[in-house]
Design a binder for this molecule. Structure first.
Ligand code: UDP
Length: 496
């Protein structure tokens, strides 16, 4: 059996709410879960975050810094049984598990239920609530055994969740033969069009029966939850938050943007958010300090999407032609073919001080909150989208898969802060299913249209800045997310 490693002292408060966070071991799920735990701890809760060793390593510095400020939060590691699961030793976070091992990985993670339960029974205070990533349906059993409520955690917007729910509830894809045929999302006042390929449903559309069963299991666990915590805020999408709560007949607590847990001045902690950065935060800030306000475009496709050589070249040429300074994050630079690598080396020489290439992990929120940054070329992961919202930045939207196409609609059609590069078909998880290459001139035009000076661009920037003001207000005393965090801490406190 897996043994827990807990390097923290026992938490003190007996009557406080004690939330046990079970994040999915992938940065896009882990980072917002940790921020949410820290926000709840700020409001007086005790929080235990459980994770595999590689996952814990990504957030240990953030959690340790929070503990030093007096927050009652602990991070507890549970190794997987790698050999029994047929996983490479230590492969326990989405960024180091081979794609072909994903089923084994999910099965191995579910086996952590017993050791987690043993740990929680043995280490006071007793939990009062399990906050589980929606991808961990086995936590229904964990919460039931402990006799405590379970909330589903989503770092997603209510718009996306409601659209997905409605296409399934009303059978919108029934009789649609072609995965790329446009379908109107039923049950919404405004018209939005999606395709099954863009929004197949969580874990749906994988031609392996195990995943279809897993998707059903996930859906059952979602339906049985005692409520939902979401990284969004009411003022940004009031009708969709209300609509989703009504459709699910479930209490929804919106608590975002959770990245605003990290205050200005906490650059050290921010730089380490989610992983060790591949660039020195000080060097990065100095580079940004030397640029004009609002002139820099930041380009990143998150923690999972991978670019292929040909696309890398087109994107690089587009950034070069835009004439704007840029920071470009190349997550899988080591995998590029020789031609793409040579291209990048030459590009770096040509653009010199105008371009900063980060090969690996970038301190994203630190960068986005710098005044020199004026736009974000993004894959529309929901965390990145919320981070753009919190920073008041317009976006160039370039979705790849999962919820990203609906997030793009949110940015472009609902909020009016995004310009699409026009990708309509998903790129498969980690690799291009077919060669969809966005050309250099599309990149150039999109970058110019978010950073440029025309009236339409200025309007977009105004909307983005106004939204950021609302986002900050939501997190401050009297704001909706602040109120929801306090309500959670109050509602789930221990019976004294
Ligand atoms: N992130 C980061 N540096 C990177 C890449 C990603 O800090 O180089 C963070 C980003 O700020 C966000 C998360 O990782 O909080 C990515 O989540 P998102 O939902 O945007 O995309 P995913 O990685 O899940 O596709």
């Amino acid at each position: 059996q897996a043994a827990a490693t807990d390097d923290t002292t026992a938490c003190r408060t007996q009557a406080a709410a004690h939330f046990v966070f079970v994040p999915l071991m992938a940065q896009g799920h882990l980072i917002p879960a940790v921020d949410t735990a820290l926000l709840l701890a700020t409001h007086g809760a005790v929080c235990t975050i459980v994770g595999t060793p590689a996952t814990a390593a990504r957030v240990r510095q953030t959690v340790d810094s929070a503990r030093l400020t007096g927050l009652q939060v602990r991070l507890v590691e549970f190794p997987l049984d790698y050999a029994a699961a047929g996983l490479p030793e230590g492969a326990d976070n989405a960024d180091n598990v081979p794609i072909e091992c994903m089923q084994s990985y999910f099965e191995a993670v579910a086996l952590l239920r017993a050791p987690i339960e043993i740990y929680l029974r043995a280490n006071a205070p007793f939990p009062t609530c399990v906050v589980s990533d929606f991808c961990h349906p086995w936590t229904t059993v964990l919460a039931a055994n402990l006799g405590v409520p379970r909330l589903s955690f989503f770092s997603m917007c209510a718009f996306c969740l409601l659209c997905q729910h409605n296409v399934e509830r009303f059978g919108a894809y029934a009789g649609v033969a072609d995965d790329n045929e446009p379908v109107a999302v039923p049950g919404l006042e405004k018209r939005f069009v999606v395709t099954r390929a863009q929004a197949p449903g969580f874990f749906r559309g994988i031609p392996i029966p195990w995943w279809e069963e897993f998707a059903d299991y996930v859906e059952r666990a979602r339906a049985e939850a005692d409520g939902v915590i979401m990284n969004t805020f009411e003022e940004m999408e009031p009708e969709y938050v209300t609509g989703y709560a009504a459709a699910r007949k479930m209490k929804v607590w919106t608590v975002g943007p959770v990245s605003l847990y990290h205050k200005r001045g906490a650059e050290g902690t921010l730089a380490a958010r989610g992983n060790a950065a591949a660039i020195d935060a000080g060097d990065c800030l100095r580079w940004l300090d030397a640029k004009d306000p609002g002139s820099v475009v930041y380009v990143s496709f998150g923690s999972i999407a991978r670019a292929e050589g040909k696309q890398v070249v087109e994107l690089g040429l587009g950034l070069e032609a835009s004439g704007h300074p840029f920071i470009w994050v190349l997550r899988n630079a080591d995998d590029y073919d020789a031609a793409a690598r040579a291209f990048l080396d030459e590009l770096e020489v040509r653009v010199a001080e105008r371009g900063l290439l980060v090969r690996g992990w970038a301190p994203q929120v630190l960068i986005l909150s710098h005044a020199a940054v004026g736009g974000f070329v993004t894959h529309c992961g929901w965390n990145s989208t919320m981070e753009a919202v919190a920073a008041g930045l317009p976006m160039v939207t370039w979705p790849h898969f999962t919820d990203q196409f609906l997030n793009e609609k949110m940015a472009v059609e609902v909020l009016g802060i995004g310009v699409s590069v026009g990708v309509t078909e998903p790129l498969m998880y980690r690799a291009a299913e077919k060669e969809t290459v966005v050309g250099r001139s599309v990149v150039e035009d999109a970058v110019r249209s978010v950073i440029g000076g025309e009236e339409e661009a200025e309007e977009r920037r105004r909307r983005a800045r106004a939204l950021a003001i609302k986002a900050r207000a939501a997190m401050q005393e009297g704001g909706s997310s602040h109120r929801n965090l306090m309500d959670l801490v109050d509602r789930f406190k221990a019976a004294s």
